[in-house]
Write a protein that binds this ligand. Structure first.
Ligand SMILES: *Cc1c(COP(=O)(O)O)cnc(C)c1O
Length: 449
């Protein structure tokens, strides 16, 4: 059989609510044209993020019932730690309430003001936490990633020569760690090859710099390595993932992505001295080391999710269904970041709306228009999110895991093609009000006449 189906059936459903165009016009205006400020009930198809929005399995819900809510020494923690260590192999597993808490702790312990942290592309919270620690976050994507239309298998890779230059320029002692984000979320959800991970690890080791993974989407990355890197064809995703983790000295992880959990994260390291300092900070802001800001039941959901995500049937469906959306809108003439990524499809808004200057936020304008037209929520990944550091003006359509069916996606395709047909009428936007950090979450916008 050629048809690839959703590898699950639905046991519990959540109704969707339709709104009219007039209602949506008023709702988005009241939200300051910021989709983060909409109420979720006013959204029909929510592609804002794949973070914490997964549908949990019967296995996860069942495991949650045996969550051990003991303050200290919870059995749920030890179950999760076992699963994490079998997969990732790190000596210390520090649970946090989500990925950014792990980042905050990691960078407060490892970074001094004036230092530099390279990454293939920093995620927004990663960049913000590095800058908050007084260090500088530097993106080193491969030059080919600048062309959103280039069809390359591993556009998430880091530019290894640029890393060498940065180390030569700054001096290794000013680089407390090298990070690699798998998959490269802000770089279009593109995977990183094993060969590139090995090359970066080699450079970091040669200079005595620790190497960390931002591992949020390790399973999607592992699957894409298996599909696209000839040496790994036919390898089980778990073995590929193990090999990725074996290259690193530690990782940050948001369980809201590839662990199918609605909340949770962790910080892992092989360094005993760092782990002790990190645990002290954990107690200060997250909680005791055997729960770290989570309930015992959350730890159970993560443990089960980390096993389920490596099921080849799931990963095949996941990657194929994301590509389905990408292929259908691209065939209809919408410029997307090629090839479609693991967890999301990114529209190149600057290319789709060439009449809107980058300073007038084409990605934000498109996000607002797609909501007004069809009640679909997406997110700008461009100058609103990253300011001057933005490399592209993208609109991200993130696909929650195991949540929407093919007919939902067909509706999204139709809506995007209709918006594209009337794209000449979309106007640019300006910022009316913004906070000092992570402005995309709360800024207000208005149309430019
Ligand atoms: C989501 C994400 C984070 C932060 O995790 P949260 O759980 O949202 O705090 C960090 N890095 C990447 C690549 C992410 O996608």
């Amino acid at each position: 059989m050629k048809t690839i189906i959703e590898p699950f059936r639905i046991k519990s459903v959540e109704p969707l609510r339709h709104t009219t165009r007039e209602q949506r016009d008023a709702l988005i205006k009241n939200a300051g044209y910021n989709l983060f400020k909409l109420q979720a009930k006013d959204v029909l198809i929510d592609l804002l993020t794949d973070s914490g929005t997964s549908a949990m399995s019967t296995g996860q819900w069942a495991a949650m019932m045996r969550g051990d809510e003991s303050y200290a020494g919870s059995a749920s923690f030890f179950r999760m730690k076992q699963v994490v260590q079998d997969l990732m192999g790190f000596r210390h597993v520090i649970p946090t309430h989500q990925g950014r808490a792990a980042e905050r702790i990691l960078f407060s312990v490892m970074c001094r003001p004036g230092q530099v942290v390279p990454n293939n592309t920093h995620f927004d919270t990663t960049r913000a936490n590095i800058e908050f620690a007084g260090a500088r976050a530097v993106d080193l994507p491969i030059p080919a990633a600048a062309d959103t239309q280039a069809q390359l298998p591993f556009k998430g890779d880091m530019d290894v020569a640029a890393l060498e230059r940065l180390i030569a320029q700054e001096g290794a002692q000013r680089i407390p760690l090298v990070m690699m984000t798998v998959t490269n979320n802000s770089g279009g959800g593109q995977p990183v090859s094993m060969r590139n991970l090995e090359a970066v690890r080699e450079v970091a080791s040669r200079h005595g710099i620790p190497f960390y993974l931002d591992a949020c989407r390790f399973a999607e990355n592992a699957w894409l390595i298996g599909e696209r890197e000839p040496e790994y064809r036919g390898w089980p995703p778990r073995e590929i993932a193990r090999k990725m983790f074996a290259l690193a000295d530690g990782c940050t992880f948001s369980a809201k992505k590839d662990a199918f959990a609605n909340i949770g994260g962790m910080l892992c390291t092989n360094d005993d001295r760092l782990a002790a300092q990190e645990t002290n900070l954990l107690i200060l802001t997250e909680g005791f080391p055997t729960y770290g800001g989570l309930a015992g039941r959350d730890l159970e959901a993560i443990a089960v999710g980390l096993e389920e995500v490596l099921d080849p049937d799931y990963l095949r469906y996941r990657i194929v269904s994301t590509a389905y959306l990408g292929r259908h809108i691209a065939q209809g003439g919408v410029p997307i970041v090629e090839p479609p990524g693991g967890h999301a499809v990114y529209i190149d808004a600057a290319r789709m709306l060439p009449h809107i200057a980058r300073s007038r936020f084409p990605g934000q304008a498109l996000a607002v228009e797609l909501y007004r037209h069809a009640g679909i929520r997406s997110v700008e990944i461009g100058s609103v999110m990253f300011g001057a550091a933005a490399r592209h003006e993208l609109l991200r359509l993130a696909i929650p895991r195991r949540v929407y069916t093919q007919s939902h996606i067909d509706y999204v395709v139709e809506a995007i093609l209709e918006v594209n047909a009337a794209r000449d009428r979309i106007r640019g936007m300006r910022i009316v009000e913004e906070p000092p950090f992570l402005r995309h979450f709360s800024a207000s916008f208005d149309w430019i006449d």
